[in-house]
Ligand binder design. Structure first.
Ligand code: NAD
Length: 473
């Protein structure tokens, strides 16, 4: 086993940070402060189960950075949850938010349970007690720390968190902003579900439009016609594949845990999902070739590989056999540091997770803003914009004596709905973040990869906060 493999998750994050810090000029004390987790709350609390048993639950909330408030990060329900993992994920949230200009410090929470082993009522009690523990220690609130869904949690848990918080803080007008990822009927925002996959698409599309990078990896500029392989057909993988195929790329390979399928002419993603729903497997999809292992997809000949399932699926062992020219990290941590080194050697472009999968937190930020403003996006301006556009169009038709088609008319006149504004805000965020990371990479030709460039962007932004705000007292 090599030295890097023995590092814990948090130590690996620290290692990547140190690698990038060499390309900055900040005071070592400031760098140490940025790297450290500011507050770690480890708790144990009892919950009475359906059969009358009392179970002691182990849980965490970590606030990595307070340079901007509130802290922000999901809550994970998994049997593997441990302090080191929550600290690592909280640190990544700080850097992720900084890269995509979301004004939050990083946070993360975890409850060490396998949610599949509990009834819905038990899960509700665990979630509510966890929230109450956070309230007791002032670890949750619209301006303090705002959780969101992560692995093993979703809208349902977020609604329970909101209800618990609001019950304790009766009359707090901004209580709804204490958590994001809520159902739309409880203050959630439209577009949150597809946000991460759409952000992955926007991020990779932007990179594919940079001629110097495409020349380096030997691909043509643009997304159209690119051959794409996606591992994992869950929320992130499905939506990434969907937006790529809508943009004219070909999804030639897909993997789920039961195996991989391949068709060089392209796979219809919705038809594959329907086939899996009907047969319980993606295998034996009409016209596609079967592969026994889910890891086979990672080694298929393609232009873009999108791992969107689990962490550490590409290692020093299989990286030499990966043929993709671009790897877009949709999952958190799909590559080990050894795989990273191999791709630097091979000239494969790796677009890093902490920037590429930031669509979820970006749209969570939009949800938080919506909750604080107490109004749905588009409500104030939709009709005004439609009336104005109609007026301009009518004037143009009268002046030119020409008429646009009905279809064009609808498009031009349309005032923005919430979903239009959320998608457009996400697109703007991903484009700006790509340009900022690329600018740092161009300015520092010695930076070996995009991951390090992304870390440099994050460090510079957090350090600038410390430099401008000063150190209290
Ligand atoms: P999900 O549970 O919806 O989907 C994961 C899918 O991967 C499942 O369908 C599962 O069957 C499949 N899978 C598991 N092991 C596999 C394997 N070995 N090979 C092929 N497929 C496999 O989860 P998700 O929300 O799509 O998250 C996927 C990844 O993206 C995770 O790493 C997560 O941390 C990351 N991520 C998610 C979000 C989000 O908004 N959901 C945001 C940022 C990062």
């Amino acid at each position: 086993m090599s030295g890097t493999q023995t590092l814990s998750f948090f130590e690996s994050v620290e290692k990547s940070f140190d690698k990038a810090a060499q390309y900055t000029q900040w005071n070592p004390g400031v760098l140490e402060q940025i790297k450290a987790c500011n507050a770690v709350y480890r708790m144990r609390f009892p919950v009475k189960m359906d059969d009358g048993r009392i179970e002691v639950i182990e849980a965490y909330r970590v606030q990595h950075s307070h340079h901007k408030l509130p802290c922000k990060g999901g809550i994970r329900f998994a049997a593997e949850v441990n302090q080191d993992e929550v600290m690592a994920l909280a640190s990544l949230m700080t850097y992720k938010c900084a890269i995509v200009n979301v004004p939050f410090g990083g946070g993360k929470g975890g409850i060490k349970i396998n949610p599949k082993k509990y009834s819905s009522f038990e899960l509700e009690k665990i979630t509510r007690r966890y929230t109450a523990e956070l309230v007791k220690k002032n670890f949750i609130g619209p301006g303090i720390d705002v959780p969101a869904p992560d692995y093993g949690t979703g809208e349902k848990e977020m609604a329970w968190i909101l209800d618990t918080y609001a019950s304790i803080h009766a009359g707090e007008v901004d209580a709804m902003a204490c958590v994001t990822g809520k159902p739309v009927s409880q203050g959630g925002v439209r577009g949150r579900k597809e946000a991460t996959g759409l952000g992955v698409f926007f991020g990779i599309r932007e990179v594919c439009h940079i001629p110097e990078l495409m020349e380096k990896v030997g691909l043509t500029v643009g997304v159209e016609g690119k051959r794409v392989v996606v591992q994992g057909l869950g929320n992130v993988g499905y939506h990434s594949a969907l937006f790529f195929s809508r943009a004219g790329a070909k999804i030639i390979g897909l993997a789920e845990y039961e195996g991989s399928i391949y068709n060089e002419n392209g796979l219809d993603i919705d038809a594959v999902v329907a086939h899996r729903r009907d047969t319980g497997s993606i295998l034996n999809f009409p016209g596609a070739k079967n592969f026994a292992k889910n890891t086979d997809a990672l080694e298929m000949d393609c232009d873009i590989l999108i791992p969107a399932a689990l962490e550490q699926v590409i290692t020093g062992e299989n990286a030499p056999r990966v043929k993709a020219r671009i790897i877009g990290e949709a999952a958190n941590g799909p590559l080990t540091p050894e795989a990273d080194e191999e791709f630097i050697r091979k000239g494969t472009l790796v677009i890093p997770d902490m920037y590429l999968n930031a669509g979820g937190v970006t749209v969570s930020y939009f949800e938080w803003l919506k909750n604080l403003s107490h109004v749905r996006y588009g409500r104030m301006e939709k009709r005004f914009t439609e009336n104005l556009n109609t007026h301009i169009l009518t004037q143009m038709e009268e002046l030119t004596g020409k008429q646009v088609t009905q279809k064009e008319k609808q498009f031009i006149m349309h005032g923005p709905d919430e979903i239009d504004l959320v998608h457009s805000g996400l697109e703007e965020t991903m484009i700006t973040a790509t340009q900022e990371v690329m600018q740092v990479w161009r300015d520092n030709p010695n930076i070996p990869d995009m991951r390090t460039a992304a870390y440099v962007v994050a460090i510079n932004k957090v350090a600038t906060s410390y430099a401008e705000l000063g150190i209290f007292p």
